[in-house]
Design a binder for this molecule. Structure first.
Ligand SMILES: Cc1ncc(COP(=O)(O)O)c(C=O)c1O
Length: 422
């Protein structure tokens, strides 16, 4: 584990902030569904001299010399990514999930073309055409959503009807706040009828797909997968684009570089290779399965205690709680209350929310990070009890302090990888 002694000597202010963040992570419970803890090996690789190298281009086809070792790590990352997802092509250079999506749009579309994605209030992501993003100045975005928010089933009939009328060039699956499994085969059939590409943004669930717990969209002949590498895949912050067939790869590669990005961030690509190597090991399958077991158990336990979950449960790593219906308070109040006891989650809009995005009705919580720490089903009950007690005692600062104390003591049983025990 790094000692950070060079940092302490050179920049005490940044060192102090880092020590504070390490303590916060070690002593708190991380329930933000898009976060995780990387392994010491991934962490180490991110802070290496691969940072110093400019490597515009792709392995064997670079614009600068001195690429013997950068080519080795990028090729390892590509080969492992293809193996993990059973893909024909992988581009591991996108700096993050949004850049991966933008490069994908420009690879497959002409300006003015239409993309059909999940309604943002039903769980879709900003980069799927939220009006505040620049990409909506270039492409047109139309929506599909759930037929019934009690079950979470997507309205595939309405999707087909809209697709026949609007003729989208991409049908986009994927979400950041949807707790159910998607029927990719139905989406593929609609896409074939209208001649659209099928793309799955698997940023949130990539780890469960490679772990075999959730369905791989390539098995239903989706054309492209975009993803982040830092969520359930448990890699460095970054993005990636995969194609089922190698043919589409040329378009994707040209779009990422030189179309959109400059030099790849080579220490992150090296760290992606390490993370993908970890995800290929049998232990990762157990990890992915445990994420979902924990999530289902936590969801069931909370519902038994009276919480109202959107879609009444979960198939994946996350759940959305309607806080107004459950406890008579908005999501923001739950977020602030739980922060006081060292439990971190985020307020979130719920489908057809009557409240505003900065003051929504719900919270989103997920189990990828706590599962990395080694928590199991029984621990979900302890955690839910902390959450429910804190909400009940939210006006009693002394009670909250006492719960916080107990949370810190409990967290010490579950070390965070990469952070020495204090
Ligand atoms: C579905 C989805 N796509 C894309 C992204 C964007 O990823 P990044 O924050 O790395 O740009 C996210 C991030 O939360 C996401 O949930």
């Amino acid at each position: 584990m790094p000692s950070y002694s060079a940092l302490a000597a050179s920049d005490p202010a940044v060192h102090a902030a880092l020590m504070g963040e390490m303590k916060r992570q070690a002593e708190g419970v991380e329930l933000i569904a898009s976060e995780n803890y990387i392994s010491p090996a991934v962490l180490e690789t991110m802070g290496t001299v691969f940072n110093n190298k400019y490597s515009e281009g792709y392995p064997g086809r670079r614009y600068y010399g001195g690429q013997e070792f950068t080519d080795q790590v990028e090729t390892l990352a590509i080969d492992r990514a293809k193996q993990l997802f059973r893909a024909g092509h992988a581009n591991v250079q996108p700096h993050a999930g949004c850049p991966a999506n933008i490069a994908m749009y420009f690879a497959l579309l002409e300006p003015g073309d239409t993309v059909m994605g999940m309604d943002l209030s039903h769980g879709g992501h900003l980069s799927h055409g939220h009006p505040v993003t620049y990409i909506t100045k270039i492409f047109k975005f139309i929506r599909y959503g759930m037929k019934d928010i009690e079950t979470g089933e997507i309205d595939y009939d309405a999707m087909r009807e809209t697709a026949l009328k609007e003729r989208p060039k991409i049908i986009l699956a994927g979400f950041s706040a949807y707790p159910r499994e998607v029927n990719y085969a139905k989406m593929k059939a609609i896409a074939e009828e209208v001649g659209a590409y099928t793309v799955a943004d698997m940023a949130h669930i990539a780890g469960m797909i490679v772990g075999g717990v959730l369905r791989n969209p390539f098995d239903d002949r989706f054309d492209v997968i975009t993803t982040t590498t830092h969520k359930t895949l448990r890699g460095p912050r970054g993005g990636m684009i995969l194609c089922r067939e190698a043919d589409l790869g040329k378009k994707i590669d040209k779009s990422v570089f030189p179309g959109f990005q400059g030099g790849p961030i080579m220490q992150m690509i090296a760290a992606k290779a390490v993370a993908f190597g970890e995800a290929l090991k049998p232990e990762f399958k157990q990890y992915a399965a445990q994420i979902v077991k924990n999530s289902k158990h936590l969801a069931g336990y909370l519902m038994n205690k009276g919480a109202k979950l959107i879609t009444n449960g979960t198939d994946n790593h996350l759940m959305l709680v309607d806080c107004v219906t459950s406890w008579g308070i908005p999501g923001g109040d739950v977020e602030v209350t739980l922060d006081k006891v060292g439990i971190t989650l985020n307020k979130n809009m719920i489908p057809n929310d009557q409240r505003k995005p900065m003051d929504p009705s719900g919270v989103r919580l997920g189990t990828p990070a706590i599962t990395t720490r080694g928590m199991k089903e029984k621990d979900m009950e302890t955690l839910a009890d902390f959450i429910l007690k804190a909400i009940e005692k939210r006006s009693d600062e002394a009670a909250l302090q006492s719960i916080h104390h107990d949370v810190i003591a409990w967290c010490k049983k579950f070390p965070v990888p990469g952070i020495p025990a204090s």
